[in-house]
Design a protein around this ligand. Sequence first.
Ligand code: DC
Length: 219
Amino acid sequence: MIITIDGPAAAGKGTLAAALAEKYKLSYFDTGMTYRAVGLEMILSGKDLHDAAAATEFARNLTFPKMMELSQHQEFRSEQGGKAATAVATMPAVRDYLTRMMRDFGKNPVFADGTPAKGVIYDGRDTGTVVCPQADIKFYLKAAPEIRAERRLKDFAAKGIDISFEEVLEHVKKRDESDYQRKGTWPADDALIFDTSDLSIDEVIAKASKIIDEKQKNS
Ligand code: DC
């Protein structure tokens, strides 16, 4: 089974994907990690973030183990790391190589320990439209920018990072602008759209589970 979960930053995709992967024993691929990995390689090698040839080369050579290794770096999830990821994500050749890597993973999905999985849950921006248009179930999560900024602010506070609500909201809006200029970042025609603004994570998981259970019963 292949499930895709797309939507803007901080809409709750990662939390939902992790919970569903655990519940249905599926492997989980956070596709934003591929762009973060390439962005981090650009930072670590001192490249100009707009150097598309260098970014393409990093994307072409990216492997799953390399991505996991880079994900341990402190800048991987930082604001700077996010900006680098967003910059390389605008480059078509980078997207082509990373999309290929994501699709290959879906052909023989494995868990983190290398054991085979019977399916995969992708989370990202274009996984139901570009990466896996043939997915069995597609979810699209959305939430108001102010709600997403509030969630991000809580994450920052938990990590001891001091930043104002206005600043986080500004970042969220800028990220949306950049992410939504690309094709494939709008919901797939057959995606189930959940507005998570007024839903708890448990409610979102319950709604998604109902749909997966239904699908499994009928297949
Ligand atoms: O979800 P995230 O913040 O880790 O994503 C990092 C960047 O990668 C962000 O700019 C969106 C981009 N991205 C993308 O273009 N396509 C995906 N499938 C996943 C992420």
